[in-house]
Design a protein around this ligand. Structure first.
Ligand code: NI
Length: 387
């Protein structure tokens, strides 16, 4: 592997930052201490500009290169943790009960800070680098908030790149692919109204549990019968609440869950089918359904040219064999999608080795990959062409 010497030298210092962030997790937009930590370090590195409060608690640092004029590229990390109680015994374990960095955003933030330090020292690139630290990736749409706050225009960002760690991928490996890479993540909630009564006299009732059970089954046909088998759609019912006594048929039931799609047509098809199935199945059972559809993150689509650039940068660090270029789409969501809808760019995954999975209470970001991540960011910046 060809990590940059300076990145290897920074490994220990950046590991310290990573572990500090790990011990002090913050959720969603409430990343005030993390953002202050980031802004303070960016200032110490001698960034040309450090702006806080973008998209509420996002931070952007601007670093101008010394190799002539060129585009401004945005390098993005996420700062927020998850509402999970940590189940590790590491010395830098979360000090906040019920919150932990279980998705590695502590590592993402630390690696991008390390890259910012390197880039501010060396300036061996054309154009400008904007390092972007966003809040609220875990369901709060912080990336959207920064875009809506005018970040792209304000800093003249032409292209934007992201990186996320992936457990199970070997240390030293990277993977990406052009096109849809993360799914749209919509939520649904259905209230079924029936008619409650004595469990021994079902003929005098309209049982919302029986209607709901039919709905759960019928929803499976959205993926299995309404979708092109080559285009993945996930429909998962994750909650079904009804009743509170063994001898009472309840008056209502609630079902909720998530729908994941990779294309706008599939997304609207799934919503339409879900509404039709809920209405008509419940009607057939004598009940009524009220469906609320809450759109989540859009599909995250990697742009082809920028995906090629990210592959080239990763290959320069890890060699051709360690960079996967045909990563199958992941049906999880990623709010970097909003930045990729605003500007061309690409996200790459970096192997976290043999760790617990993302969002698992025993997960920990792997500090061994810090120099690799810094080197990837540095390489991307140094590949920025002069104009
Ligand atoms: Ni994440």
């Amino acid at each position: 592997m060809a990590v940059l010497n300076r990145a290897a030298e920074l490994q220990e210092e950046v590991t310290g930052w990573r572990r500090h962030l790990h011990a002090h997790p913050e959720l969603l937009y409430d990343v005030n201490e993390t953002a202050a930590f980031v802004a303070e370090h960016l200032g110490q590195f001698g960034c040309d500009e450090v702006v806080t409060g973008i998209g509420r608690t996002g931070v952007v640092g601007v670093i101008k290169g010394s190799r002539g004029a060129g585009e401004t590229i945005g390098l993005r990390a996420d700062m927020d943790a998850l509402p999970i109680t940590e189940a590790t015994d590491v010395p830098y374990k979360s000090t906040v009960s019920g919150k932990m960095h279980a998705c590695g955003h502590d590592g993402h933030t630390a690696m991008l800070l390390g890259a910012a330090k390197y880039l501010a020292e060396t300036r061996n690139f054309a154009g400008t680098v904007a390092v972007i630290f966003q809040p609220a990736e875990e369901g709060g749409g912080g990336g959207d908030a920064m875009v809506k706050d005018g970040m792209m225009e304000r800093f003249g960002i032409d292209r934007v790149y992201g990186m996320h760690n992936m457990p199970g991928m070997p240390v030293g490996s990277f993977a990406t692919h052009a096109g849809p890479a993360f799914a749209a993540t919509d939520e649904f909630r259905i209230t079924i109204e029936g008619k409650g009564g004595h469990a021994a006299m079902p003929h005098n009732c309209v049982d919302p549990i029986v209607a709901g059970a039919q709905l759960v089954s019928a929803f499976q046909t959205i993926a299995s019968r309404n979708t092109d088998p080559g285009a993945p759609v996930v429909v998962s019912v994750t909650q079904f609440h009804a009743g509170n006594a063994h001898n009472v048929i309840p008056a209502s039931a609630e079902i909720s869950g998530t729908v994941r799609t990779l294309a706008p047509e599939a997304r609207s098809m799934a919503e339409q089918r879900m509404r039709a199935i809920a209405d008509h199945v419940c009607q057939a059972m004598g009940a009524t359904a009220r469906l609320t559809w809450r759109p989540g993150y859009p599909v995250m689509v990697n742009h082809p040219d920028e995906t090629d650039v990210s592959i080239e940068a990763a290959r320069a660090i890890s060699g051709e064999a360690a960079v996967g270029t045909k990563l199958p789409p992941i049906m999880g969501g990623e709010d970097f999608a909003y930045m990729l809808n605003a500007r061309p760019g690409a996200m790459i995954l970096i192997g976290n080795g043999d760790s617990a999975g993302l969002h698992h209470p025993a997960y920990d970001f792997n500090d061994e990959i810090i120099a690799l991540g810094i080197s990837y960011w540095a390489r991307l910046a140094e590949m920025n062409p002069a104009r």
